[in-house]
Ligand binder design. Structure first.
Ligand SMILES: Nc1ncnc2c1ncn2[C@@H]1O[C@H](COP(=O)(O)OP(=O)(O)OP(=O)(O)O)[C@@H](O)[C@H]1O
Ligand SMILES: [Mg+2]
Length: 288
């Protein structure tokens, strides 16, 4: 799929971002010279040590922030502001606690451009469709505090999809969930993204995670970043067959890919937490 001659859905060209701290004038170069083409319908995962600029890249694609230099284009047009065509989802639900599931999911349709041409009935049908799709039928009238963490992320996903974006920007969306809920939602995400559908029916997805197994399970390609400043270290194609939900982890190739990606970020990941990777290799001889 990566060799298709079509023009990319997203093109990042030499994207660099620096932040300046207003009080001290100190400049941090968050990411440098990121160039990447992403095709329509591709599922891209970004992994890399904490602070390497993953969220910075995603926020610039979302239009929440601008590159210091370089260009980000979607369908050949520069991105300058947020838009309903790019839906963003973060780790921390960001639901409105005073609104029900139904009201949360319909928020963008009531207040944003996606629902402009719809009457109340059409909006309601659309909201119901996406509540069904994420498996929350029966919870329409509940409030966020009445839901588990996994259910809240389902609401956030339904709200995102109800706005009809063609690019999903997901910043560690499953990061706060317990391990079992996470496994279930990974499979759900693959289903909703359309791994059993044709590529043309899939949305383009960019998904940040610290979990390498999650990245290998989900992605067509994994972008491995390194830090200080954040750069693309390597792009690893995940050549596991789809559909993967439920089966991919038993494929011997799965473990090979996980190890390949871990070996690319291991040293930096240890440094990022102030540790020494020799702790992880107890059988290797160390010199006194
Ligand atoms: N608004 C900001 N102002 C100043 N510095 C920032 C800002 N946002 C990010 N940075 C800096 O840019 C670098 C990259 O941050 P970013 O949040 O993109 O990393 P990340 O890879 O998403 O990290 P994590 O895995 O911990 O979420 C860090 O050094 C961070 O401190
Ligand atoms: Mg981040």
């Amino acid at each position: 799929m990566n060799n298709l001659p079509q023009s990319p859905k997203l093109r990042l060209t030499a994207v660099t971002k620096s932040f300046v701290t207003p009080r001290t004038g100190h400049r941090t170069q968050a990411v440098a010279e990121i160039s990447l083409n992403i095709q329509s319908g591709e599922f891209i995962c970004i992994v890399g040590p904490s602070g390497c600029g993953k969220s910075t890249v995603l926020n610039m694609i979302a239009g929440l922030d601008q590159p210091t230099s370089g260009v980000i284009e979607k369908d050949g047009h520069g991105i300058s502001e947020p838009g309903a065509d790019r839906g963003v989802m973060f780790q921390d639900y960001a639901l409105m606690p005073w609104q029900t599931v139904e009201e949360n999911v319909g928020f963008g349709l009531r207040h944003g451009t996606p629902g402009h041409d719809m009457n109340k009935e059409q909006r309601k049908l659309r909201v119901t469709h996406f509540i069904d799709l994420v498996g929350l039928r029966g919870s329409e009238h509940k409030y966020p505090h009445q839901l588990s963490g996994g259910m809240r992320q389902r609401v956030a996903l339904a709200r995102l999809l109800a706005n009809g974006p063609d690019i999903l920007l997901l910043d560690e969306p499953l990061g706060a969930l317990d391990a079992q809920t996470r496994l279930i939602l990974q499979a759900e995400l693959l289903r909703i993204w359309g791994e059993t559908s044709s590529v043309s029916e899939r949305k383009t997805a960019i998904f940040i995670t610290h979990d390498i197994e999650e990245a290998v399970l989900l992605a067509d390609r994994v972008v491995v970043m390194s830090s200080h400043p954040g750069r693309v270290r390597e792009v690893v194609s995940i050549d596991l067959p789809r559909p993967r939900a439920g089966t991919a982890r038993t494929n011997p190739r799965f473990g090979v890919l996980v190890e390949q990606i871990w070996s690319l970020i291991r040293d930096e990941a240890y440094r990022a937490i102030g540790g020494d990777e020799s702790f992880a290799r107890p059988n290797e001889e160390t010199t006194a």
